[in-house]
Design a protein around this ligand. Structure first.
Ligand SMILES: NC(=O)c1ccc[n+]([C@@H]2O[C@H](COP(=O)([O-])OP(=O)(O)OC[C@H]3O[C@@H](n4cnc5c(N)ncnc54)[C@H](OP(=O)(O)O)[C@@H]3O)[C@@H](O)[C@H]2O)c1
Length: 325
């Protein structure tokens, strides 16, 4: 392994869906010296606070899993918040990481950086080849700026920063409020509530025909730790100044929303039917990441979708039932 298990690794955003999975994965692999700061302790949009933190703590490696994240409605309603906060987080953390001599840095983006009508599966090289989806363009552009910032520092300053683009995630610490949640956590909650209320049908948006990819957060974290700890020559090749330091993280498999809904109902134990509200839009027909670059390095997804949904539902119930008690 290329990184000492005692290395100081700062995980920004460690209380979130992705960040908490990264902490679990690092700890499970024996990393004992994690630097963690809650949002209330360190405001990453505050450049002076971020500088003080890096100067005082001197992390050796960094994972940036902090971001203002939300569903379509939040992205569409508050685009200024999404672009302002995410540009500031990327700018402050990447800049201070360079200033303080951080060795390896992973910056988490998202598959929404690719064009709305991107050829499928989406390869890293398709970045900036077409117009973005308008509803989350502000967020996507902030994330694209993060990738470009990593690359620019690699080119100008010889840093070795890598931008990692995970597919749709779900898992412990997910958001289940229906205004703000993503497709899979929303389905888990709706199926659970339909079961509890004894409803006849679970209503899902659109025809159910679009295909999407979902990854359990711990699986994504495993891929990130794999990348962070790659041997020197392979890590150097990924973060070399001449190449865009961008790599997709996904399972390589997709399914239709109708298939997903059926699987969620099975796991949750909702035995009613599935009804389609076809007055609601379907969105793009297919969204699947091309993960051949990651797989060529030797990483494979290990958590099946069913197993991930089972674990996520157990976490949902634990939180939901604790809150109700
Ligand atoms: N969720 C997905 O499906 C998905 C898919 C692909 C990629 N990703 C990427 O993964 C990253 C994290 O997403 P997530 O889903 O884990 O989001 P999340 O659950 O909302 O977690 C975000 C984390 O960042 C912290 N944070 C937000 N703004 C901050 C600020 N200004 N200063 C300090 N900390 C701040 C949050 O703390 P508070 O909660 O206390 O504010 C939280 O710990 C993002 O880059 C996202 O694009 C997510």
């Amino acid at each position: 392994m290329s990184i000492e298990r005692t290395a100081r690794i700062y995980v920004a955003g460690h209380t979130g869906l992705a960040g908490s999975a990264l902490v679990r994965s690092l700890r499970a692999k024996g990393f004992t010296n994690l630097l963690l700061r809650k949002h209330a302790e360190l405001e990453l949009t505050d450049a002076a606070a971020v500088r003080r933190f890096f100067e005082a703590e001197r992390p050796e490696h960094v994972i940036v899993a902090a971001a203002k994240v939300g569903g379509i409605l939040a992205n569409d309603t508050y685009p200024a918040d999404f672009i302002h906060q995410n540009l500031a987080i990327g700018n402050n953390v990447i800049h201070e990481a360079w200033r303080s001599g951080v060795g390896r840095l992973l910056y988490l983006g998202s598959s929404c950086i690719y064009p709305r009508d991107c050829p499928q599966p989406m390869k890293e090289e398709y970045l900036l080849t077409g117009p973005l989806e308008p509803t989350n363009r502000a967020y996507a552009l902030a994330k694209i700026a993060g990738i470009e910032t990593c690359w620019s520092y690699n080119r100008q300053h010889g840093t070795r920063f890598l931008a990692v683009m995970p597919t749709n995630l779900f898992g412990p610490q997910d958001h289940y409020d229906l205004q703000n949640s993503h497709a899979l956590p929303a389905l888990i909650r709706k199926a659970h509530e339909a079961k509890m209320r004894g409803e006849r049908d679970l209503v899902i948006w659109g025809t159910g025909r679009p295909k999407r990819e979902f990854m359990y957060s711990d699986d994504m974290a495993d891929a990130c730790v794999f990348l962070l700890t790659l041997d020197e020559s392979r890590y150097a090749a990924l973060s070399a100044p001449a190449v865009a330091p961008l790599i997709n993280v996904g399972t390589g498999q997709d399914l239709t929303i109708a298939e997903l809904a059926a699987l969620v109902c099975e796991v949750v134990g909702f035995r009613g039917g599935i009804a389609h509200d076809t007055t609601k839009p379907d969105g793009t027909p297919r969204k699947l990441l091309d993960v051949s670059k990651l797989q060529a390095l030797g990483w494979r997804s290990r958590v099946s979708l069913r197993e991930g949904i089972e674990r996520a539902y157990a976490d949902f119930r634990a939180r939901f039932e604790r809150a109700a008690a």
